[in-house]
Design a protein around this ligand. Structure first.
Ligand SMILES: *[C@@H]1O[C@H](CO)[C@@H](O)[C@H](O)[C@H]1NC(C)=O
Ligand SMILES: *[C@@H]1O[C@H](CO)[C@@H](O)[C@H](O)[C@H]1NC(C)=O
Ligand SMILES: *[C@@H]1O[C@H](CO)[C@@H](O)[C@H](O)[C@H]1NC(C)=O
Ligand SMILES: *[C@@H]1O[C@H](CO)[C@@H](O)[C@H](O)[C@H]1NC(C)=O
Ligand SMILES: *[C@@H]1O[C@H](CO)[C@@H](O)[C@H](O)[C@H]1NC(C)=O
Length: 482
């Protein structure tokens, strides 16, 4: 092959490989078989309630009575009187990357009106019908649309009606009843033929509502989260795994984080309905979002220092730490401009979440006429470690400061030792950590939707990700489902 063409084909192959592998998900959601069976149980109850409210389409047909001619009939106003609803079965179906659901041995009692016309003779009455041994099997395929939404399509559907029993009442029903065996096969076929299009129609409706979903949401006024699927759904015999991008972006200054999501595998926990994995990447993208939007900064002035504090933000009070300061700028209030110099970096290790924050502090003296005079600049390096867990439906945590170092970056008041100031800073942060731990100990209530809540939830910090295992409980009232 000539070199240029070879290069071209190598490039094409590389492009194919990279697009086939996709990007690593930042979030993963796993539906275990236990969750699928619970969902089916809730869904089946709902379908049973709904079935008794629906009106079925009319059935039209004709019976050829040989020499006597043809009778045209219509069955209309058909509704379900009773439905013997055996527990359906639903399973993960690897071959179609989806689900296989079936209901076998369904019996349905229906009633309605009949009308016939035979030449110029018209007649009508009512009927009862039993549909016996109805079997329906549907296979749906899960996929991903170009925007990263979950898509669902019907892969196959099969419906069989074992037998029908019909009783006609009113009019000349006694005559029709005698010919039942001539046309009951047609009615059975008509009904069989209507089941799968109905099933497929409801799959299309489900697909339409999936298509209407957003793949990106505003979390608050500053951050937006991007949640398209990062790859095709993965199905095996016991679970469905959805990988989502899970990337936070600043709303005002959306900038893609300069780091990538790493692959991770959530341990299998089939005794829980759901598993969720939150990667370091997702949390750090939020951190990067806040940082790149310039939101990680604060101004500290003396009115924020507790009145009882022995040290205040004024030049005289700083004498023991920076001896020359009160001499150069006597009796002036001070301001501190604190800001992150890089995005705070979270790392997940078994059992612990580490957090490193690098920041800078610029100190100013406030002159009597209001002018701020720059004094010095410090570089601050802090490391925290924390534990997080879920108890009593609340997310709780505890935080510990592991390291705090302070170095002088520049000074307009001459050099000074930072040891004492470092001790002061450590004390101040320790105070904040103590306050924060009180709140973290109380915990925050886990998000709860109107229709469902998580129960028996546990959280584990693993290398590179946090895994949450949970059962769910559907709370919805019937009308909420629509
Ligand atoms: C999707 O997002 C758009 C714009 O942010 C919003 O107007 C719309 O209501 C959202 N739709 C849903 C179903 O949340
Ligand atoms: C300190 O800052 C707060 C909020 O930014 C402000 O309300 C207050 O007036 C300031 N106090 C002083 C003494 O500058
Ligand atoms: C400075 O702080 C000290 C307490 O550390 C206080 O006694 C003094 O009045 C303060 N001076 C000014 C100018 O606020
Ligand atoms: C405010 O006071 C300082 C120190 O006394 C002085 O250097 C500065 O020029 C003054 N600024 C204004 C705007 O008066
Ligand atoms: C704290 O940080 C300093 C400087 O970064 C480092 O030399 C020291 O080993 C760290 N101490 C701990 C306990 O991590």
């Amino acid at each position: 092959m000539e070199p240029r063409r070879m290069l071209l084909s190598v490039t094409v192959v590389l492009m194919l490989i990279s697009s086939a592998c996709g990007e690593n998900p930042g979030l993963q959601l796993v539906l275990n078989n236990k969750g699928l069976q619970y969902g089916k149980h809730v869904g089946a109850g709902w379908i049973q309630d709904k079935l008794e409210l629906i009106t079925l389409p009319d059935i039209n047909g004709e019976v050829d009575l040989r020499t006597l001619g043809t009778v045209y009939y219509t069955l209309s106003g058909i509704n379900i009187v009773q439905c013997d609803f055996p527990e359906p079965s639903v399973e993960f179906y690897k071959d179609a990357t989806g689900f296989k659901s079936s209901i076998l041995g369904l019996s349905v009692a229906i009633e309605g009106e009949w009308r016939t016309h035979y030449g110029i003779i018209k007649d009508h009455g009512s009927f009862n019908m039993a549909l016996l041994s109805v079997d329906v099997t549907s296979i749906v395929n899960l996929g991903k649309d170009p925007e990263g939404r979950l898509s669902v399509t019907s892969a196959s559907c099969d419906a069989q009606v074992g037998d029908v029993n019909i009783h006609f009442h009113g009019g000349a029903s006694w005559i029709i009843q005698r010919f039942v065996n001539y046309f009951k096969g047609h009615i059975k076929g008509e009904i069989e033929g209507k089941i799968c299009p109905d099933v497929e129609q409801s799959i299309v409706m489900l697909e339409d509502s999936l298509q209407a979903m957003n793949v990106s949401f505003d979390v608050n006024q500053d951050l937006n989260i991007d949640l398209p699927l990062s790859g095709l759904p993965i199905i095996d015999a016991s679970s469905l795994n959805l990988g989502l991008k899970g990337e936070f972006l600043s709303i005002k200054t959306p900038k893609v984080p300069p780091f990538d999501a790493q692959p991770f595998t959530i341990p299998e926990q089939p005794s829980y309905m759901l598993s969720m994995g939150l990667s370091e990447y997702t949390l750090n993208s939020a951190s990067y979002g806040y940082y790149s939007a310039g939101l990680l900064k604060a101004l500290i002035n003396d009115s924020m220092i507790p009145p009882r504090s022995p040290v205040h933000l004024n030049t005289s009070s700083m004498g023991p730490f920076i001896p020359q300061l009160p001499k150069l700028f006597p009796d002036l209030l001070m301001n501190l401009q604190v800001s992150a110099t890089d995005f705070p970096l979270f790392s997940f290790l078994p059992g612990v979440v580490d957090l490193g924050i690098q920041g800078g502090v610029m100190a100013f003296a406030i002159q009597k006429n209001g002018t701020e005079t720059a004094l010095f600049e410090l570089k601050v390096d802090t490391k925290f470690s924390s534990q997080v867990w879920i108890a009593g439906g609340k997310l709780k945590g505890s935080l510990k400061m592991n390291n705090f170092t302070l170095t002088l970056a520049s000074s307009k008041v001459g050099p000074f030792e930072t040891d004492k100031l470092e001790g002061l800073g450590r004390m101040a942060i320790q105070l904040v950590v103590t306050n924060l731990n009180e709140k973290l100990g109380e915990g925050v209530v886990l998000p709860r939707m109107r229709q469902a809540q998580l129960v028996n939830t546990v959280l584990e910090v693993e290398k590179g990700f946090i895994a949450v295992f949970s059962d769910a409980q559907v709370l919805m009232a019937d009308e909420d489902f629509n």
